[in-house]
Structures are given as C-alpha cells and as structure tokens.
Design a protein. Structure first.
Lengths: 266, 266
C-alpha cells in the first residue's frame, strides 16, 4: 500500500531492481490483478510475501452480517495461504452504527477469532490482531492498544492468534514496550510494521502516515524493543500517504528503502 | 469555548436566561474582555467560574522558553484566583520541534509542576493535568492517558496537582475506569469534562468534538465512574466544533443544556 500507484507487475519489477526480497500485500490489489496471477508473479520473481492485509471487521451484531464477515475472512485466509505467507493481519472493526458499547464489540471479536483461528491453523496461517491508534476506535478498530490486542490473542494458541506491532499506532503509549515484551515472551509478535507520525493530520485521519524519519517516532527504539522481545521476522513499512501516492511509485519505493536503512539500521 | 461566538456579556446573559449557574472559562476570551471586567461581570451575575483553561505547555528544552512558559503559568494561576475558581486546567505541551523523546518531555512537565505547584497553592489554586487524546501526543500534549497524568500528579500533594477527566480524550481506554478510581481515591479528580466522539475527524483534528449524544461515548457511564470515585464537583461540557461555532450561540447553549439533561441525568 505504500506504493499503491504501482500495478502488481510494476511493484514486483521495482522490488527486483532495488534488491527488495520481501513484500507485504493488501487484498484489494491482489484481487485486482488476480490471486493466481499474483501468486505466479511473486513466485517467479523470487519474492516472499511477508503478510496479507487485511482480514477482520468482526464487530457487527447482526447474525447475517457476522456470517458474511466470517466467510470473507476465510477467503482472506485462503488467499494468504495461496500467496505463501503465514500471516493474515486483522483490523478488527469499529462500533456498529449507533452503538456505544466498546466492550461488547471487543467481545464479538473474540467470538469471531474462536471460529477463524482453527480454520486459519488448518491452512497454515496465523492471525495477527493489529491494535489501531485510538483515533480509529469508533469507526475502524475498537482494539486500540497492544494490551487489548494481547488480551484477545491470549485466549487462543499463539500459533493461531498473535499481534501486529505497528509503530504508528502505539508510539504514544508508554506501556507499549512492556506489552511488546509480553507479546514476545508468548511468541505472539506475528508482524512488525513501521510508519512515522506526522502532523497536521489530514481530514478523516486515514492517509497521513509519515515517511520514516519525517515525524516523531524513533524507529530504532521500537525496532530494539521487538528485537529484544525475540522477534526475528520481517519488518514492513506501511505508509498511507496521499503525497507519497501522488509521486512516482518507483521513486517512493527507493526513497522508502533508503529511509529504512537510514532510520532503522544505521 | 463551547459557545465562543458569544461575547463575555452575551455568555453571562445567556447563562442567566437558561438558569446555568456555573461556567468554565478560557484565558483568551477573559483577556479579550479584560480580567477585572470579567471578574466583575460574573460576580454581579452570581455565576461561579468552575475552572480556568488553560495553563501548561511545559515541554520546551530551551531555558528561556521554559522561563517564559512558567511566568505565563503563574499569570494563569493569578487569573484563576482573581476569577474565583480553585482549578487551573493544564495542557502539558507536545514534543519540541524535531524531538522524538516523549519520556524527556514528560519529565520536563514534572519539573515545571514542582515549581508551579507551590505557587498555585499559595494562591488557593489547584492544577489539573488533562490527558489529551493520543492523536495530540506530538503537537499538543505528551500526556496521553489518565494513568500518565496520575503518574505525574502523584509526585505532588493532591491539593496542588490533580487531573482533569475528559470523556473525549479517554473514552477508548479500557483501563480508564480503574484510573478514575485511582484518581478519586487520591482526591485528585479536580475537574470533569464532557464531549462526544464523532467522525470523520476534521483536518488537524482540533475542532471536531461532538455535541453530547451525537457520537460514540456513553455519557452516563463515565459520569457514573467519576461519581463512584467520589467526585461531587461541577461537570463541564467543552466542545470544540466548527459547526456549533457557526450557529447562534444562545441556541447552541440551550441545546447543550438540553443534551446534558438528556444524556447525563435522565
């Protein structure tokens, strides 16, 4: 999604040129290019798919809506398995229209995971609950902290349900480092994503994630936390940013790789 | 600020007409009308000033900037004392430009409180640290949770430093109810404010606080929490909302009073 202006073949080409061997994919562009076609494309290019984003949206009350959501999540699991990634990232869903019951919404996520977890396991896929920034609590994800994500995940085996650690969503939280430790101790850090925090936030607050180094988050600090917690998996950069999307995609990908080296590894 | 389109005399008139006997004031409109003039106006009208907003902005590193901030906060304490309120609400400040050190910024707030607390006590004023929503962590307030606010406040006597509980900022936080209990047990709930959470958030996310009943927050639930924690003080409605500001101020004040009755007390 960081370079969603690139078509799937353009993305794969750009990764190859830049020596990037791993890529996190979103469902929509995969579906646009076709699941089989994407699978063949990345396989032929020797690219590893790190995660598939995203399943989730489990908070509906209506039984039909819940059944539709679960069926769609099973398809997402199937897609992840086809693409060869073992991790499906989940954005859990916001409050149903008119509801003020955060607790009930969080419980319905647990109910859905109880059904989806075993199915995912049967396909060799782990679910990764992503805590989203509290500014998304009403309309996108009632799981707002790593602690809440782990409270949910720990009801299930770690090989079924873990968490995504994303700097953009948790950087403000002084309890997040100890929650990363908790997640690591339980083998539940299933994915690690980077984005920087920049202001002013845009209208709707969806597409203002900053390029690494442009904002307030110390990327090395958070990378140290997950490393100290035993995480050795891929590190994804996931930017939703209108300004980046308006630029040449290959240029943005090259810049992102350079920023990654500068702000994470140097 | 909920009806900042009203001049101070218009506000006082409207309160009298609606039978509202308590009002929270902000420094800027008080300064615009004049401190002495405002003091006389509210006293003659029999209005009680519940709190003055806002002191704070303690996070600068530069010694001169810190001295300026402290001097301004002493003036804010003096203004609160003159207006007859015992509570000055504090918005602590964001990260200094280019900084990524949340921990250091929070410590500098503690340093400032150590100087300001005794001064405020000498003037009969209590300081109330307001945790602001995490979406303001970089540019406005590095104190993002009630727990962080209490961690700071508890370094000082409760009659010097407590907290503001504001539904808008903490409604997403499942640990907030126990933190309200902690605050109440320590006699540190110095103010309680209501605003509702509505989406989509506007650009800059400052002026989108919802009218009571329009959003995702259960006002009765949070009012119960503070009441159970022993709070018996005033309840303020503080809305920053461009749409409300564009309307007739008396009409908005009347609507707000009606919503307060409907969503808090009925």
């Amino acid at each position: 999604m960081t370079v969603r202006q690139l078509s799937m073949p353009e993305l794969v080409d750009a990764c190859r040129e830049l020596g990037i061997g791993n890529v996190g994919l979103w469902r929509e562009p995969v579906q646009t290019y076709g699941l089989e076609e994407t699978t063949k494309l990345v396989r032929d290019a020797g690219l590893t798919v790190t995660t598939l984003c995203r399943g989730g949206f489990f908070t509906a009350v209506d039984p039909d809506a819940r059944a539709v959501a679960l069926a769609d999540n099973r398809r997402a699991v199937d897609e992840a398995a086809a693409l060869g990634t073992d991790t499906l990232v989940l954005v859990s869903g916001g409050l149903p229209s008119g509801s003020r019951d955060l607790h009930g919404a969080r419980e319905r996520i647990g109910d859905a995971l109880a059904e989806l977890g075993p199915y995912a396991e049967s396909r060799g896929v782990r679910l990764a609950i992503e805590a989203l920034h509290p500014m998304y609590a009403s309309d996108r994800c009632v799981v707002s902290t790593l602690a809440q994500a782990l409270d949910l995940a720990e009801r299930f085996p770690a090989h079924q349900v873990g968490v995504t650690v994303d700097t953009y969503h948790i950087w403000w939280d002084d309890s997040a480092p100890e929650q990363i430790e908790r997640a690591g101790a339980g083998g539940r850090i299933h994915s690690f994503q980077l984005a920087d925090w920049t202001t002013p936030l845009p209208q709707g607050v969806l597409n203002g994630r900053g390029q690494l180094g442009d904002g307030s988050i110390d990327m090395r600090e958070w990378t140290r936390y997950v490393a100290a917690a035993g995480y050795t998996g891929p590190i994804e950069v996931e930017l939703f940013n209108e300004e980046l999307w308006a630029r040449d995609g290959r240029e943005v990908l090259a810049e992102t790789a350079a920023r990654f080296i500068e702000h994470v590894f140097q």
